[in-house]
Design a protein. Structure first.
Length: 178
């Protein structure tokens, strides 16, 4: 019997809005990842469309964090993840203080970095919301998703490597090796 089939009643019956929210975010992040992978470097108008999608998704993520903190306050046993709060806070800071006020930079010189951010955030968002969607609908996600969700992002060596790949530091790493 699979791990996710052992628990009793799913949370989807108690919180249908959470199920719809996680499904919506999952579909949107998959859509953004597919767009970046299929179209590569699109024109300026498509980049601004990606920025609009990300702004909406990060706004919803901020509401999700507010909801989690209210639940934590009202119900002492509620789950509140400080790491997720920090990730959402940093993403909102980047979106609202750099990307939204200066869209010309994203269209011009910063387009490859922006597309790298969109791809990295899309993969992370897809994994995160797939985990939460399965957690809510089937009362448990498969163990491999738990491993990806909680162990790998907290590994310092993998985080440094991912940062170097996304920020273009891999070139310096390869040059120093070879």
């Amino acid at each position: 019997m699979p791990y996710y089939a052992r628990r009793a009643r799913p949370l989807a019956y108690r919180n249908p809005y959470l199920t719809l929210y996680y499904l919506f975010c999952l579909i949107e992040w998959i859509y953004l990842a597919v767009c970046v992978l299929v179209y590569g470097d699109p024109g300026p108008q498509a980049v601004l469309t990606y920025l609009d999608y990300i702004t909406v998704l990060e706004g919803f993520a901020a509401i999700e964090i507010a909801y989690m903190s209210v639940q934590k306050y009202l119900n002492r046993n509620a789950y509140f993840d400080f790491a997720r709060t920090l990730k959402v806070g940093v993403r909102n800071l980047i979106v609202w203080t750099i990307m939204q006020p200066f869209p010309g930079f994203i269209i011009g010189l910063g387009r490859p970095a922006f597309l790298g951010c969109v791809l990295a955030w899309s993969v992370a968002g897809t994994l995160r919301y797939l985990y939460f969607f399965l957690e809510v609908t089937w009362s448990g996600a498969p163990p491999v998703l738990s491993l990806i969700q909680f162990v790998i992002p907290r590994s310092p060596s993998l985080s440094v490597f991912a940062h170097r790949v996304v920020c273009g530091g891999i070139r310096g790493l390869v040059d120093s090796v070879g």
